[in-house]
Design a protein around this ligand. Structure first.
Ligand SMILES: NC(=O)C1=CN([C@@H]2O[C@H](COP(=O)(O)OP(=O)(O)OC[C@H]3O[C@@H](n4cnc5c(N)ncnc54)[C@H](O)[C@@H]3O)[C@@H](O)[C@H]2O)C=CC1
Ligand SMILES: O=C([O-])CC(=O)C(=O)O
Length: 350
């Protein structure tokens, strides 16, 4: 099975048996290593545009023993609704700061899509002023309630919110670099989709690694390494640009109603499932994610990582780059350093 097939199929596998069951057809679940539902997973920002469909996909997986939904608003309704889905696992609702500790207590995994999304004309960095303090507050509670969990950060700007989260955990003395990951999976989903379209390939057979960060040109797809593809110079430039600015495409089309939610829910639920697979003992689980890294001078950098029983068990290099890709890395590492420092400075000064 190609890496891409391995990437895309699990979500399809999550949903298909449920759909069959709804039709009254008996279906055997095709999950393997982590089919046992035994984890507690919290979604923080669960009532939002991403949080709701992502929680649905996670509930449908049947792999989570306890799905704990936290938000500052509306979680009782979301949880009541989801809890009627006839898949394994209980759902609990926690609303407001006073219930956050209970939501996080004993979690193995915390997925965080809390915070405001972009409107047309904004960069992800324009969200910093609002989202930095939201993420800092969540990190402080996580450090107290579930310091050993894996933390998946979706809230933008990821290039700064992940360093913020890391510094709060460091201050509390509970930072484990294997367990803090910025979610860049949507960039991989976009890269696979756009490359498949461009090359006339089966999307299930396309696998693009995307390295760097999660904002504009810091998103760096390694098109020179895509097996079975033949790109012209123009294709490479156009595809790279579209992958880097795919988020803007959605923000523009939504015209003031927010940013990507459904594709992000798919990417987030899929990535969470892969992390759970690793935690539950599956071997050979490898995905790109934004982690503390010594591959470049940037303190955090996305690259392929092996996911194991304690989170990231190995940060892999990114192989031989084309001159174009190398120039992207050279140009964008300073930006990643600056965005990480902005996060670090925020924690120092607040
Ligand atoms: N990493 C990625 O690839 C992507 C990241 N995003 C980011 O995800 C974030 C969420 O986006 P949407 O779901 O569309 O926004 P949304 O506004 O629909 O939902 C955000 C939710 O967070 C909640 N929230 C706010 N403060 C909170 C707190 N202190 N604790 C818990 N919950 C809190 C809100 O009540 C709301 O329900 C944004 O920052 C967006 O930029 C969006 C798409 C892709
Ligand atoms: O573009 C945004 O603001 C949301 C996001 O991160 C994405 O869609 O990649």
């Amino acid at each position: 099975m190609s890496a891409l097939t391995a990437r895309i199929q699990p979500v399809a596998r999550m949903v298909a048996p449920v759909a069959l069951k709804a039709l009254g057809v008996s279906a055997t679940r095709s999950f393997t290593a982590s089919a046992r539902a035994k984890n507690k997973v919290a979604v923080v920002g669960a009532a939002g545009g991403i949080g709701q469909p992502m929680s649905l996909l996670m509930k449908l997986s049947g792999k989570i023993e306890h799905l704990s939904l936290f938000d500052i608003v509306n979680t009782p309704g979301v949880a009541a609704d989801l809890s009627h889905c006839n898949t394994k696992g209980k759902v609990s609702a926690h609303k407001g700061p006073e219930e956050m500790g209970a939501a996080l207590d004993g979690c193995d995994l915390v997925v965080i899509p809390a915070g405001v999304p972009r409107k047309p004309g904004m960069t992800r960095d324009d969200l910093f002023n609002t989202n930095a303090s939201i993420v800092k507050g969540i990190a402080e509670q996580c450090a107290k309630s579930c310091p050993n969990a894996c933390f998946l950060i979706i809230s933008n700007p990821v290039n700064s919110t992940v360093p913020i989260f890391g510094d709060v955990l460091k201050t509390a003395g509970v930072f484990d670099p294997r367990k803090l990951m910025g979610v860049t999976m949507l960039d991989i989903c976009r890269a696979n989709t756009f490359v498949a379209e461009n090359q006339g390939m089966d999307v299930d057979k396309v696998s693009v690694d995307v390295i760097g960060g999660h904002a504009g040109t810091t998103i760096m797809p390694l098109l020179s390494q895509v097996k079975g593809a033949k790109f012209s110079e123009e294709d490479i430039k156009a595809l790279t640009h579209r992958i880097q600015f795919g988020g803007d495409e959605v923000v523009k089309a939504k015209d003031g109603a927010g940013s990507a939610t459904l594709s992000m829910a798919h990417a987030g639920a899929y990535f969470a499932e892969r992390v759970l697979d690793g935690l539950n003992g599956a071997t050979g689980v490898k995905e790109c994610t934004f982690v503390e890294s010594s591959l470049t001078d940037a303190p955090y950098f996305a690259s392929p990582c092996t996911l194991g029983k304690e989170g990231v068990s190995e940060v892999h290099g990114f192989g031989t780059l084309s001159p174009f890709e190398q120039s992207l890395v050279d140009e964008n590492v300073p930006a990643l350093i600056k965005m990480a420092k902005k996060g670090t400075d925020f924690v120092k000064n607040n």
